[in-house]
Design a protein around this ligand. Structure first.
Ligand code: PLP
Length: 463
């Protein structure tokens, strides 16, 4: 790697060719919008948002190279050339043999869960992800968290907080038997822990353990490129390896991957299931026809597959990924310097405000993270999202809430969309809410949907 570059700042490695105007609103307008949205930032209209940090999912800016590829969409029903380009890119950069495109990540999760999980089985994972766990449960499985304890402590600065705790995995095998465990899902990085990475050493160790017990390893590769960057930056022996090389090694310790292309792959829609096992692939190809579309488009237009194939190439460029993570680190450093409680170390795609420490007077059943996200919007028009008790949902046996240790507000940065000045404004807005934190009251839930309630739940301010 270029030594000179290490010293230089993370400056955006692109210039702006097309702009989209942003709307600035008044506090009165925002209060009205927030009331209408039931204090749920998912229910705000995008038009009423100034800087949108709700998610990095499908909100990326595509390059001119990707847009040019959109014009080369081969919209044939079967055998589109863009499918073959995508297949080639997945084989080259991820190393898997077989590809099933899906409309987005959850399409792939649905298919792999239905194929491999039988009712009564257990699926371990390094912390849950909402859609992943739901598809595992709908297939009759029970999710078991096997992430290291450090991941649940927002102040612990372990460099690989996404790691699997092999003792927890072993205890599960002893308790239920390996034949009841079809696979382990490893999220790289772990979204719900704050975008925290998994080390190569840990991936290797999990692979060894699982091989011994004939348990498959399925990566949630949604942010695997970001994970590769952290391995390069933090793990011994990887400083001089390329991101592409690290990514491929990571995938080599697994049997397949589900992918939401809407994150790492720099597109607005798309995903895939990638597999090495021919039999599983055959079944997946049968199922995709029922739920997504023919196996050479999986619910995507040819042009979307082309943009994703090109996004894969761009995602592993050193300049790109360094600026991507550099931007998040920049915001993290500023908030930390201002004394705002955030999850440390700063992860790959987002800054997570620690709502339990930010609003210590708001009880968890009064939804501190939901409250903080609403206040930040009211203050500034900046949209963030809750990752706490609302996202965690309810225990299907007891009917009570799950009470996650982490009660977080996620400020998620889309790739290549906002500038450093937008980052500064974001930091200022968070500081303003922090200054008046003691006067902020919690919320009560007045409408609760049955599945993935955080998307559509409604709230009112407590009197
Ligand atoms: C977004 C996401 C998914 C689901 O993908 P969609 O494209 O939203 O369906 C799965 N896992 C992780 C870690 C994600 O961030």
């Amino acid at each position: 790697m270029d030594v000179q570059r290490k010293k230089r700042s993370w400056a955006e490695p692109y210039k702006i060719k097309v702009v989209e105007p942003l709307k600035v609103t008044t506090r009165e307008e925002r209060q009205r919008a927030l009331t209408e949205a039931g204090y749920n930032t998912f229910l705000l209209r995008s038009e009423d948002v100034y800087i949108d940090l709700l998610t990095d999912s499908g909100t990326n800016a595509m390059s001119d190279y990707q847009w040019a590829g959109m014009m080369l969409g081969d919209e044939a029903y079967a055998g589109s050339r863009n499918f073959y380009h995508l297949e080639e890119a997945v084989q080259k950069y991820y190393g898997y043999k077989y590809l099933v495109p899906t409309h987005q990540g959850r399409g792939a999760e649905h298919i792999i869960s239905q194929i491999l999980i039988k009712p009564g089985m257990f699926v371990p994972g390094n912390m849950y992800f909402t859609t992943t766990r739901l598809h595992q449960e709908l297939a009759g499985g029970t999710f078991v968290d096997v992430i290291i304890d450090e991941a649940h402590d927002p102040a612990n600065e372990h460099p690989f907080k996404g790691n699997v705790d092999l003792n927890k995995l072993e205890a599960l095998v002893k308790r239920v038997g390996a034949d009841k465990i079809p696979y382990i899902t490893i999220g790289v990085t772990v979204n719900m822990a704050g975008g925290q990475p998994v080390s190569m050493e840990n991936l290797r160790a999990v692979r060894q353990f699982c091989q011994k017990h004939k348990i498959r390893v399925i990566l949630d590769a949604t942010r695997a490129v970001e994970n590769a960057y952290f391995i390069q930056a933090r793990e011994n022996g990887y400083q001089l390896k390329s991101i592409a090389g690290i990514l491929k090694e990571m995938c080599s310790y697994s049997d397949g991957a589900t992918m939401s292309g809407k994150k790492d792959l720099l597109v607005n829609i798309g995903g895939f299931l990638a597999l090495n096992d021919w039999d599983v692939f055959e079944e997946a190809r049968n199922m995709v026809v029922v739920y997504e579309g023919l196996h050479t488009y999986g619910g995507l237009a040819g042009r979307d597959m082309e943009a994703m194939a090109r996004g894969i190439e761009e995602s592993v460029q050193q300049d790109h990924i360094r600026a991507r993570i550099g931007q998040i680190e920049y915001v993290g450093e500023k908030l930390r310097a201002a004394g705002v409680p955030i999850v440390l170390p700063v992860g790959g795609h987002a800054i997570f405000l620690d709502a339990k420490r930010f609003l210590p007077h708001v009880k968890q059943v009064e939804f501190p993270a939901q409250t903080l996200a609403a206040e930040l919007y009211l203050e500034s028009g900046i949209r963030s999202m809750e990752r706490g008790i609302v996202s965690a949902g309810r225990n299907k046996e007891t009917g009570d809430h799950y009470y996650p240790k982490l009660e977080l507000v996620r400020l998620t940065f889309p790739r290549r969309v906002y500038t450093q000045a937008h980052c500064d404004v974001t930091v200022e807005a968070v500081e303003e809410v922090f200054d008046r934190r003691s006067s902020i009251k919690g919320l009560k839930m007045v409408y609760e949907p049955k599945y993935l309630r955080f998307f559509q739940a409604r709230f009112e301010r407590l009197a």
